[in-house]
Design a protein around this ligand. Structure first.
Ligand SMILES: [Fe+2]
Length: 466
């Protein structure tokens, strides 16, 4: 059931549409008409352009937004390297390059028990790089993260990443995300995307700690997957993506460097944290228009499509968002979910088949169980994860295989109350030291536990009677 059917506080208002050209003003008349940058923008505001693509990107890829704000973003003292908070992303004795070199490329299947909750961290200091590929400086590749926040970010702070667009997948605890564009409430079973450069502040809701997964896309932007013969509707529909409406804080002095309060702005820049302190609120955007904006999506609105005859289709039919590479049909990152669905395939092995892929697959579990893996202690459980890298063989564990091999093939609803997901990438993914050691959660016996008992069913070549 969609989470968005529940009552939503009035603070959160949305406008709908994926990659739409939207506009919003929190004060009447703040948006200039027929101009982007008039000599004197309305209401004494500054015009500021935020580009998500090169100016000359083709029209169908071009992303930009015009912001009308009380003071321009450039009005801040110089950034300096942040102290302890950076340890969570880059050890303080390491340079980003050394950090990058510490990615470990491992052909084994890996699985993690649920990642720790943390009490002393906020969303930024509790953001841990688990695995990744590529390099933010080249705008190539991606990072895969776990976040665990026990407290809200300071109410006079903001964060932005210069490294990429961040897809956030809450697993426990709702996130109140205040952005320059307005506010988003993102609960488990919802996702959000915060584009590169957009400033935001994450607060916990009702003080409940939060944990989840995130994927940072160093290149390009997420798009909806092509639908091919499915037609013009299905999977995630464009109208179900929600963007905030403009909302602003008025907290400033008479110039940019004078003001009653101090705001800390942190940035992640090539996987290192920097910060500055400015005297005006970073959330001073009174109006905006454009197609480069943060958005959320309720996974319960996903229109799941599958086989109504035989065989388990490729999991690409479960793609919510895709980040294409330059090669058509090959994604730097696909975000794929396994929602509740009916299985009706006749004479079919219904769970995923055994496979080895050129793609790498990082899986997580938001809630419930997954139909190809056992839960429970040492299994695949909510808050945990698995990584099947390029050409690492995997598939159902022994019990799931035997169960599905012998199951009576009645129509069956699977995945009730459950949602597993996958970050799938065409890139070979390396695992960080934190991912392998610091969390101490890697299940050393994953392969044996899952496939050590897979039985031989080979009958010696005897012809089978129908
Ligand atoms: Fe797989």
């Amino acid at each position: 059931m969609p989470v968005t059917q529940f009552e939503i506080p009035e603070k959160y208002q949305y406008q709908n549409g994926f990659d739409s050209y939207l506009e919003s003003e929190a004060a009447p008349g703040a948006l200039p008409i027929g101009h982007n940058s008039p000599q004197k923008p309305p209401l004494g505001l500054y015009a500021e352009k935020l580009s998500g693509t090169a100016f000359t990107a083709p029209r169908h890829e071009n992303k930009q937004t015009w912001l009308y704000r009380i003071l321009p973003s450039c009005a801040h003292p110089p950034f300096v390297a942040a102290e302890s908070p950076s340890e969570s992303l880059v050890g303080k004795d390491e340079t980003p390059l050394e950090k990058k070199n510490k990615l470990h490329y491992i052909p084994n299947q890996l699985r993690w028990d649920p990642f720790d909750h943390e009490s002393g961290t906020d969303f930024v200091s509790g953001l841990h790089l688990v695995a990744g590929a590529g390099d933010p400086t080249l705008k190539q590749g991606l990072g895969m993260y776990i976040y665990a926040a026990g407290k809200s970010m300071d109410q006079k702070s903001a964060f932005y990443s210069a490294d990429g667009d961040l897809l956030v997948v809450p697993q426990e605890g709702a996130l109140d995300i205040k952005t320059e564009f307005g506010c988003l409430l993102v609960r488990p079973m919802e996702i959000a995307v915060i584009p590169r450069g957009v400033k935001y502040r994450v607060s916990l809701v009702d003080g409940r700690p939060a944990r989840g997964y995130a994927l940072e896309l160093y290149q390009g932007h997420f798009v909806l997957p092509e639908l091919g013969p499915i037609g013009s509707n299905g999977l995630a529909n464009a109208r179900d993506f929600q963007a905030p409406v403009a909302a602003f804080e008025e907290d400033h002095g008479s110039t940019a460097f004078d003001g009653p309060n101090t705001y800390t702005v942190r940035t992640k820049f090539n996987n290192s944290l920097f910060e500055t302190q400015q005297k005006h609120s970073p959330f001073d955007v009174v109006a905006w228009h454009g197609n480069y904006y943060p958005f959320k999506y309720d996974l319960g609105r996903f229109n799941t499509i599958g086989s109504i005859s035989f065989d388990h289709p490729d999991p690409s039919i479960f793609t919510v968002l895709s980040a294409p590479s330059d090669h058509v049909g090959t994604a730097i990152a696909d975000f794929v979910i396994f929602p509740p669905r009916w299985l009706v395939g006749e004479d079919t092995f219904r769970p995923p088949w055994y496979h080895r892929n050129t793609m790498s697959e990082f899986m997580g579990l938001i809630q419930g169980g997954y139909d190809a893996k056992k839960g429970g202690k040492g299994g695949f459980v909510p808050g945990g994860a698995s990584l099947h890298n390029v050409m690492s063989g995997h598939g159902p564990d022994m019990d799931s295989y035997e169960g599905a091999r012998n199951a009576e093939l009645k129509p069956l609803k699977v995945g009730e109350g459950s949602c597993a997901f996958m970050f799938e990438s065409c890139l070979m993914v390396g695992v960080t030291d934190w991912g392998l050691e610091t969390c101490q959660k890697v299940q050393g016996s994953y392969s044996e536990h899952s496939w050590g008992g897979v039985k031989v069913h080979w009958n010696g070549g005897k012809k089978e009677e129908k």
